[in-house]
Design a protein around this ligand. Structure first.
Ligand code: GDP
Ligand code: MN
Length: 346
């Protein structure tokens, strides 16, 4: 489950990570009141579950409550990569001398948490990793040993944090971010940018916080943060990727939409389902395919490669119940050859 910036910052604060004071607003009027209470310059920030808000015009400074209301008016309702802004976070504005990057994520390949720190923050971290990989300090934490303070010192040294006073703050912050990561059963805790103010104070200006769904039962307070208005997470993910996903009841996923699109293309003469079932069971996939074919008639040859968990069961189901234009194969290569052959014959 992804948290909004303000929710991530609430958790940061709980673990002793410095953040700015702020208030949530869902109308320009509320934004005005929030700015009034906070006093001084504020920053009005779109609360959406996607990054790159700054570039999309979702983050604006305001020098007065009046201006905060105007900025909120501009930002509320904005569509940021498929996410419509329903709330803004009004925060005391910070002066920025430097922008760093700090994160803890779960490295599935290594089966260990991975700490990353660079002084080239504020931009996309993928960009830094590509452009200047040496500037990005990366360090795995052995989950059985736990985080060690020397690891934070190594990160500072390798990542390029030179100032001793900054080092002291960042070292403390790395430990607290790791505590937040473990304490909240997170998959990702990212601060980009982690800023240094002109006065030398280090704090989190942004937060990206993802909690493991399977651990939410241990964190009812975090589970409660889920925004039901933001809609179904799969539907949202699909929207971001430019396809439609319709959430249905039951346990079978149907590629119905996709089939409709594929068959409407006159150039297509054959359809290949290439499925390797890992966690997904092939018998469930077979049931899904059969159900989809019941709803729509497809004249084209369909080749299904089914391999993995319960593959034999799945293949048997298809062979027994499928229409005559459906062919079942065990390997990707044989399936590819088959579909090319069938398409060529048409
Ligand atoms: P993102 O674009 O979704 O990652 O949103 P961020 O919260 O990281 O903000 C984007 C950028 O806006 C930051 O990198 C800053 O340059 C700028 N910004 C955000 N908050 C403040 C602030 O309090 N003061 C100033 N001067 N700039 C800010
Ligand atoms: Mn950011």
């Amino acid at each position: 489950m992804d948290l909004y910036e303000y929710q991530g910052k609430q958790l940061f604060a709980r673990f002793g990570i410095p953040v700015s004071e702020g208030k949530l607003a869902s109308t320009p009027e509320e934004a005005r009141a929030a700015a009034q209470e906070l006093g001084g310059q504020v920053v009005v920030k779109a609360q959406v579950l996607t990054g790159g808000r700054g570039k999309a015009g979702g983050i604006k400074l305001a020098n007065s409550p009046e201006e905060a209301a105007q900025r909120a008016e501009e930002i509320l309702g904005l569509d940021i990569r498929g996410h419509v802004v329903a709330k803004v976070w009004v925060e005391q504005a910070s002066d920025i001398a430097k922008e760093y990057y700090l994160s803890v994520t779960f490295d599935r390949g290594e089966k260990k948490p991975l700490l990353m720190l660079t002084t080239e923050g504020g931009v996309d971290i993928e960009e830094v990793a590509e452009r200047s990989p040496d500037a990005l300090a990366r360090l795995h934490v052995d989950p059985l040993v736990g985080f060690q303070p020397f690891q934070a010192r190594w990160l500072c040294f390798t990542g390029g944090v030179g100032d001793p006073d900054e080092q002291k703050q960042v070292i403390g912050l790395v430990g607290r971010l790791y505590d937040a990561f473990v304490g909240a059963d997170a998959m990702l805790c990212e601060i980009n940018p982690l800023i240094v103010t002109p006065e030398g104070e280090v704090k989190a200006l942004d937060s990206k916080f993802t909690v493991d769904d399977n651990a939410l039962f241990r964190h009812p307070d975090i589970a409660e943060m889920r925004d039901l208005d933001a809609g179904d997470p799969q539907e949202r993910l699909a929207r971001e990727k430019g396809v439609t996903y319709v959430k249905l009841d039951g346990e079978i996923g149907i590629l119905g939409d996709a089939l409709e699109v594929i068959t409407s293309d006159p150039q297509v003469k054959g359809i290949l389902f290439n499925i390797f079932g890992g966690i997904t069971r092939c018998d469930e996939v077979a049931r899904g395919i059969l159900e989809a074919l019941e709803r729509m008639t497809i004249e084209l040859p369909i080749v299904v490669r089914l391999d993995g968990t319960n593959a034999e069961e799945g293949r048997a189901m298809l062979i027994e119940a499928a229409p005559p234009n459906l062919y079942v194969e065990e390997t990707m290569l044989s399936a590819a050859e088959r579909v090319v052959e069938l398409a060529g014959a048409r």
